[in-house]
Design a binder for this molecule. Sequence first.
Ligand SMILES: Cc1ncc(COP(=O)(O)O)c(C=O)c1O
Length: 413
Amino acid sequence: MAAPLDIASIRAQFPALAINDGNAPRVYFDNPAGTQVPSQVIDRTVDTLTSKNANLGGYFTTTREAGAMVDMAHQACADFYNARSASEIVFGQNMTTLTLHMSRCLGRKFKRGDEIVLSRMDHDANVAPWLLLADDLELVVKWMDFDPETYEFPEDALRKVLSDKTRLVALGLASNCTGTVNDVKTFALEAKAAGALVYVDAVQYAPHYAIDVQALGADVLVSSAYKWFGPHMGILWAREELLTETFAYKVRPAGDDLPHKFETGTLSHEGMAGCLGAVEYLEQFGQGDTRAKRISTAWDKLVAHEHEITLKLMDGLRSVKGLTIRGLTSANALHRRVPTVSFTLDGHHPNALAQGFAAENMFVWSGHNYAIEPVGRMGLLEKGGVLRVGLAHYNTTNEVEQFLSCLTRIIRN
Ligand SMILES: Cc1ncc(COP(=O)(O)O)c(C=O)c1O
């Protein structure tokens, strides 16, 4: 059995986790909206701004050092995704901007009457870009529907809507609302057999489980480093052959070499350096002779603790009268969810609950959190959505206990 995590030494690596406001420590349960960053990320960012601050492609010291760092950041993210090569890694501003951009590029392959499949479980960043494209090209939109009682897709959810006209399936690995992890591998197999491209939103999965793009069977996968302990950057992976053959919207002087033909303008080099720092932070938890192996094994170590505190949180919530957890709750299903627990409480608006927690320095989000499809499907859009508690590996049992006592006080008042 793996040794338990040393949470105190993990927390010591995150300067933000030590900040108190007056006597009140900050309880960061807002992780699905963005995690805190370890010193490795801050140091890499500061170093780039201090000593490597130049544009790319020149002859002098700073431009060469910036170029080397940018290459290292691409390689680090290739390792993070277990991609075949760093040419398959495209940096961008965030997942939404990358998806808006890539949907335009991929759209050059589609024609009027083609079908695309979208998911009722997804964040709007993997829905709206495709709806806009469908509108422009007169594509037909089909929806993969989940069961709002079980919070999972039925096994035949994709088969029901797939046809020989389907050109693309856009699906999330994990929901930012229900926390459900979807069986993307199986759905990707079905989609590929029908000749469709598979576009995967891994934003909420990436902070909790290992990603292996070579095993997943998708064509494109995107995540955002600020959700997995890095800075505000989006990182897209796509199969090299697909990137090579896909039209890129870009300016004329930009070359056709990968991945840069999709990296428009001058990106945040300090952000890329921060991504490298986040990967370096994570690899300390894993084992193996390559960084890709260390990253993939790191999660095994972190997830046991996440599961333990998630279970404690859900057990506490389930004992509250009138409270409904909007996601999987079984102890046997922890591996089919991320530690993002959304709930509603009879007689309490989610915003009022979030304000009550904020008053005790506990950071949580309320509302739809851009998950308008799932929140709408559960009939909660007009009711203020959900209260969302999102844990990360640096959270503690003690914080969960504090949160549950705070909830008791809010209900009592
Ligand atoms: C599942 C999911 N997809 C996409 C996004 C959008 O990410 P970004 O802010 O990087 O555009 C989010 C943001 O919360 C998300 O949770």
